[in-house]
Design a protein around this ligand. Structure first.
Ligand code: AMP
Ligand code: ZN
Length: 433
């Protein structure tokens, strides 16, 4: 049984009716209170009354990250500042961050969405949840914290970092649930291995991971190394943080909290809406937020939507795991390359660790992709010939699956800086323009 079966299992037709009502209310709300939207809607000749069906959402203007930057800090805020109970922030496309203000209702909705997420992952009252997402402006820390509180769990707000202490607390306090980015979960696993602590002997049983792309192969790796079930959370600051979508026992796609978010997928080049089932950029409209509602926010995240019966009983639409962003897609000699694709191919190679870095450079007129990946200790110590063989094996594997030739640099174990939050996997050294 889900946390909120009324909304999570609502018949689709009824859910769509509810969404339409909330969409109209949101359009009226921002039209009245946010000059940015008022002008855009006026220019397009759209009012709340023009929205007769959910498909009419395509009449609404898009919002992009730069709109938040240009209206920094509170230009898009729809309520007086005295109604704002909290402000989070995330990095923008340039210097200034983008802000996310919340009213008391927004905070309550957020906790509800996160409670659904954690409940679906199997977290319950009585669990001891160690929250290794960063606390502070980042939405991860407090987002998970509030959701776990609503379920009645014991929360240990470790925040990210101080990995040795994380492992010690996990052992001493009997942590049963871990919240962190997937890359940090692996950093923790590595630290525990160095401290000769066997996770499989600890009470830890489930982790809820998100905030950055990770592959199914990476999930399996985490499940094995930590001896847990690895579940997922998805969200973004612009839409209020984690809690937008979450996976269920089927571990096959993420359910979107549709009573709070209207999801569309558009072609990132033409911005035309795509039919359900086609891959493109995820666009989200908030349906109940008060302080900073978003109309058709372009997430740049690439996915596809699926409306199908799920074994968990939820009727909420599903989105596929995010495979990359429309803006981090690399084009190497004409081939589209997502870092997550490379990651899953690296995980096929038994001699390497899941710690890697991609560097993109210009070589003459061509793009060159350098894959730096750490070797496992035994492979590294087997000598230069073995290392060369492993490098060649990776080059061949990537070429055969993706059709792109990369340069591989096998590194000494533990050479790359470990992530404590979102891992930075790509360094693009190509000159801009
Ligand atoms: P931020 O607002 O700084 O938390 O960043 C939000 C972005 O993080 C999203 O637009 C996604 O690109 C990424 N993200 C969050 N959760 C996930 C997830 N579960 N899988 C893949 N990417 C994610
Ligand atoms: Zn499900």
């Amino acid at each position: 049984m889900p946390w909120n079966d009324k909304f999570e299992c609502m018949p689709v037709e009824e859910l769509n009716k509810f969404q339409l009502k909330k969409l109209k209310e949101t359009v009226a709300w921002v039209c009245e209170r946010v000059p940015f939207y008022k002008q855009k809607l006026k220019k397009l000749g759209v009012t709340a009354d023009s929205i007769k069906t959910l498909a009419d959402a395509s009449k609404l203007p898009f919002t992009v990250k730069n709109d938040l930057r240009d209206n920094y800090p509170f230009g898009l805020c729809a309520v007086p500042l005295k109604e704002v109970m909290r402000v989070h922030a995330s990095s923008g496309t340039t210097g200034k961050p983008i802000t996310g203000p919340y009213t008391i209702e927004d905070l309550e909705q957020w906790a509800e969405c996160m409670a659904r997420n954690l409940w679906s992952a199997g977290v319950r009252k009585g669990d001891i949840a160690q929250n290794a997402y960063g606390y502070g402006l980042f939405t991860g820390g407090l987002g998970f914290h509030q959701g776990a509180n609503l379920l009645g769990c014991t929360v240990i707000p470790t925040s990210s970092g101080l990995t040795e202490r994380q492992v010690m607390l996990m052992k001493d306090l009997g942590t049963t649930v871990l919240f962190s980015t997937p890359s940090y979960a692996l950093t923790i696993a590595e630290q525990a291995e160095a401290m000769k602590i066997d996770f499989k002997k600890l009470p830890l049983r489930v982790g809820v991971f998100g905030a950055e792309p990770w592959t199914v192969a990476m999930r399996k790796e985490i499940e094995e190394r930590l001896g847990i079930k690895a579940m997922e959370a998805f969200g973004l600051t612009e839409l209020g943080g984690p809690g937008t979508a979450f996976d269920c026992e089927a571990q096959d796609g993420l359910h979107i909290n549709e009573d709070h978010f209207l999801a569309e997928v558009v072609d990132p080049a033409t911005l035309e809406p795509l039919p359900i089932g086609e891959q493109g950029e995820l666009v989200l409209t908030s349906l109940q937020r008060r302080a900073m509602p978003m109309l058709r926010y372009r997430t740049k995240d690439i996915t596809k939507l699926r409306r199908e019966k799920c074994s968990c009983g939820r009727t909420l639409i599903k989105m596929n795991k995010i495979t990359g962003r429309s803006d981090d897609m690399l084009i190497i000699s004409g081939v589209n390359v997502f870092p997550s694709q490379i990651e899953s191919l690296l995980l096929d190679i038994e001699e390497v660790e899941p710690q890697y870095m991609l560097i993109v450079r210009k070589k003459g007129y061509l793009d060159q992709l350098i894959v730096k990946v750490e070797a496992k200790k035994e492979a590294y110590e087997a000598g230069p010939q073995k290392r060369k063989d492993v490098e060649n094996k990776i080059v061949k594997h990537i070429k055969s699956i993706m059709g792109v030739t990369v340069d591989v640099n096998l590194l000494e174990p533990k050479l790359l800086t470990r992530s404590e939050g979102k891992a930075k996997r790509v360094i693009d050294e190509r000159p801009k323009n």
